[in-house]
Design a protein around this ligand. Structure first.
Ligand code: PMP
Length: 438
């Protein structure tokens, strides 16, 4: 539970009572509902901070689940978007800026021989999977336990946590909720993360029907579990060996963990990859990149489009954001901040003899209250996150906006500065002690 001893919530609560009359859960994503009394409504953000409608100030470590890589309301990005607005937004025709942004992506991500734009992460991954199917002429695909690739039916499956208590058992694959057709289940295999041997077994037997292996290089939807370098390299080799395309979903990691995303970090190249969140600092745009021969299938039989693809404001914001990320040390500084934050938190916890570990990348890291960080969805699900959940509720009340459960990593932007760091670590120490006394 999120505490509310230190901040006012009157306006958010009153607004919730109004919102629920008009919108299911009072919000536009189920994840934004934090309970009738705890759902926060934002007034505005600037840099690393945001303010809610009650006037509470927070240092934001959620950043809209990652997009605001340069901080909220970046002046340069917003000015570019405003300028684009003055010439109109959609024409159902091409514009010159698409090529400018495509070139920037190509420059930063070598696997991008060609680029196609979409609007969201979901749309990009959905399009990438169709492209892989169109190119290979095969229907099936492989995903990994604990991954999330968007809202579409093919992606909304997970491993049953009930089955995980017995680690020798293969957990049942279940849909994320109702309304997802069981028929889709016949189209994919779900393999434990960081388990190349199991992947090879599946590919060896079924490669004739498998179009693609769809992988998040860092599982960004269960705290930030990274691929082991030897694992992701093995995935690359196995895909090549068995004639299956490797789709690297860099929606969260792209333009965040390195200028060239996780592909640069791990030294691999995807056949097709997707980027979204950090591309335009919060303006909706995503891209599918990959090998020329594959991408040229658009135009040779594979359908893709959309009214809003390459919409002018998002494109202008993308140009501004990517130019900053490419030409400055923003990502290095983000990683240094992340490291300093981990070191500081680590010190506080070590001093109190609390076992802990950090997962993911410094720019999107998870905090664990066990000496060893989980390496699979199964370990993550079985880990004890009561301490984290209690502490996160206290931190939010103190003005440190982290994820209230350990599902999402802590995201850092280039606007997080020394002042944010000191404030965060001071409040973290206080929150840890309060949690110990709970
Ligand atoms: N892929 C990954 C790895 C993601 O983290 C997400 C969103 N969290 C998506 C795809 C879907 O992106 P969107 O929410 O923009 O549709």
């Amino acid at each position: 539970t999120i505490k509310t001893e230190r901040r006012k919530m009157d306006k958010s609560r009153a607004h919730f009572r109004e919102a629920i009359k008009h919108m299911p859960l009072g919000v536009s994503s189920n994840f934004r509902y934090w309970g009738d009394d705890n759902t926060v409504f934002v007034k505005n953000g600037k840099g690393a901070r945001l303010w809610d409608i009650d006037g509470n100030e927070y240092i934001d470590y959620r950043l809209g689940y990652g997009p605001a890589i340069l901080g909220h309301c970046n002046d340069i990005v917003d000015a570019a978007a405003r300028e684009a607005q003055s010439v109109g937004t959609v024409y159902a025709l091409g514009t010159e800026k698409e090529v400018t942004v495509a070139k920037l992506i190509k420059e930063m991500m070598p696997a991008a021989e060609l680029v196609r734009f979409s609007n969201s992460g979901t749309e990009a991954v959905m399009a990438a999977l169709r492209l892989a199917r169109g190119y290979t002429g095969k229907d099936n695909y492989v995903t990994f336990e604990g991954s999330y690739h968007g809202l579409f039916d093919a992606s909304m499956w997970t491993a049953d946590p009930e089955d995980m208590k017995d680690q020798t058992k293969q957990p049942k694959v279940i849909p994320y909720g109702e309304g997802i057709p069981q028929l889709v289940r016949q189209l994919f295999w779900q393999v434990p993360y960081n388990d190349a041997q199991r992947l090879e077994e599946v590919l060896k037997k079924n490669h004739d029907t498998i179009a693609a292996v769809l992988i998040e290089p860092i599982l960004g939807n269960c705290c930030g579990i990274p691929s082991k370098p030897e694992f992701i390299k093995a995935v690359r080799e196995l895909c090549t060996k068995y004639g299956v395309l490797m789709i690297v979903d860099e929606v969260k990691t792209g333009f965040r963990v390195a200028k060239g995303g996780a592909q640069e970090l791990y030294g691999i190249e995807a056949d097709i990859f997707t980027v979204a969140k950090a591309v335009a600092n919060g303006y909706p745009i995503s891209a599918i990149g990959g090998k020329e021969e594959i991408l040229r299938k658009y135009g040779k039989g594979v359908a893709h489009g959309g009214t809003y693809t390459a919409q002018a404001m998002s494109l202008a914001a993308a140009e501004a954001t990517l130019t900053i990320l490419k030409d400055t040390d923003a990502l290095k500084n983000i990683a240094s901040y992340g490291q300093a934050m981990q070191d500081g938190m680590g010190k506080v916890l070590t001093k109190r003899g609390i076992p802990h570990s950090f997962t993911g990348h410094q720019s999107m890291s998870g905090l664990f209250f066990s000496a060893e960080a989980p390496t699979t969805y199964r370990n993550w699900k079985l880990s004890d996150y009561t301490f984290y959940d209690t502490m996160a509720g206290i931190l939010i009340d103190m003005g440190i906006m982290c994820e209230p459960d350990s599902r999402e990593p802590w995201f850092i932007s280039s606007a997080h500065d020394q002042k944010c760091l000191e404030e965060t670590l001071g409040k973290f120490e206080e929150a840890v002690d309060l949690t110990l006394n709970e």
